[in-house]
Design a protein around this ligand. Structure first.
Ligand code: MN
Length: 301
């Protein structure tokens, strides 16, 4: 079958500008009102590329997570992660931090005082039903596999791409690839027809199957395709996400992923009560983040 016979028109979803920490502006592409997940990817914040005045970087105080993994891909700059398990890890360019909240964890994310650059993507991965209450963990991946393919430098962040396997441990069929082209290039990439895909430019300009990719939009391809034509302009970078459509409807509220509002409400109350579920981060000097009020109604995604 040809691409044109199989392809349903790609959908384009706008990323929205918001602020995290003290005053760090980011673009949030997931969840989108009309598109909550790509595989188990359920959240995508894109920060930078930006220059920071010294001492004016990211500062996100202690906050809890449940039911998900936080996945940080550092492109430029550095950031210190500290968590309630006692881990402290500086993440550098081309590295990944993966924090598995499972039943419960809390962490802080702070730019070093001397840092003046930031370009990063932070994503959340929903845990499947049988892993949602797993023990919390933290893993740092100092090096990810990189392959050259038709003029594209492909860093395999999660899953398997072009017979190359990422070491990052996830719990569903999932894909994440950073695609960078030093010179303008056109390529044809193989896709897994079982997967849905999201594409977004992290810098510069690109297109897939003739549809323009920018930093402000994510373009989604539904399952059923076995290849995609991609064009990447010189010096541009694209984030490719993929996965099997996520099995269960999830509730995402604040920093929590769950299945029922009761679970989320209880986690909120436990955070407010400083319950041992989320531990503490004594090294951080500053207030814990306050949980917002719980909404009257929640919509499963
Ligand atoms: Mn977090």
């Amino acid at each position: 079958m040809t691409d044109s016979q199989r392809e349903t028109p790609p959908q384009r979803y706008g990323a929205r500008a918001t602020v995290i920490g003290e005053d760090t502006r980011i673009l949030r592409a997931l969840p989108h009102r009309e598109r909550r997940t790509v595989g188990a990817w359920c959240f995508l914040d894109h920060a930078g590329p930006t220059q920071l005045p010294q001492g004016d970087g990211l500062d996100i105080g202690p906050h809890p997570h449940i039911g998900l993994q936080t996945f940080t891909w550092m492109i430029e700059g550095t950031m210190m992660h500290s968590d309630s398990l006692g881990n402290r890890q500086l993440i550098r360019p081309k590295q990944v931090n993966l924090m598995t909240s499972g039943y419960g964890i809390s962490h802080t994310e702070v730019s070093p005082e001397t840092e003046t650059k930031m370009h990063a993507a932070q994503l959340w991965i929903a845990l499947p039903d049988d892993k949602i209450n797993m023990a919390p963990a933290f893993d740092h991946y100092p090096e990810l596999p990189v392959i050259e393919e038709q003029g594209i430098q492909c860093t395999v962040l999660v899953g398997e791409f072009l017979d190359t396997l990422s070491p990052v441990k996830v719990h569903t069929e999932l894909l994440g690839v950073d695609l960078f082209a030093a010179e303008s290039t056109r390529a044809r990439l193989s896709l897994d027809p079982r997967f849905e895909y999201g594409f977004m430019a992290l810098e510069g300009l690109a297109s897939i199957n003739g549809h323009e990719l920018t930093e402000d939009n994510m373009v989604i391809l539904e399952p059923g395709l076995d290849r995609v034509n991609i064009e990447i302009h010189a010096g541009s970078r694209v984030l490719l996400l993929g996965g099997e459509p996520f099995e269960s409807p999830i509730l995402l509220w604040w920093n929590f992923v769950g299945r029922t509002t009761e679970e989320l409400k209880m986690a909120r109350e436990q955070w407010i009560a400083e319950h041992e579920r989320f531990g503490s981060i004594p090294a951080y000097e500053g207030p814990r983040l306050e949980a917002p009020a719980f909404p009257g109604h929640m919509r499963p995604s």
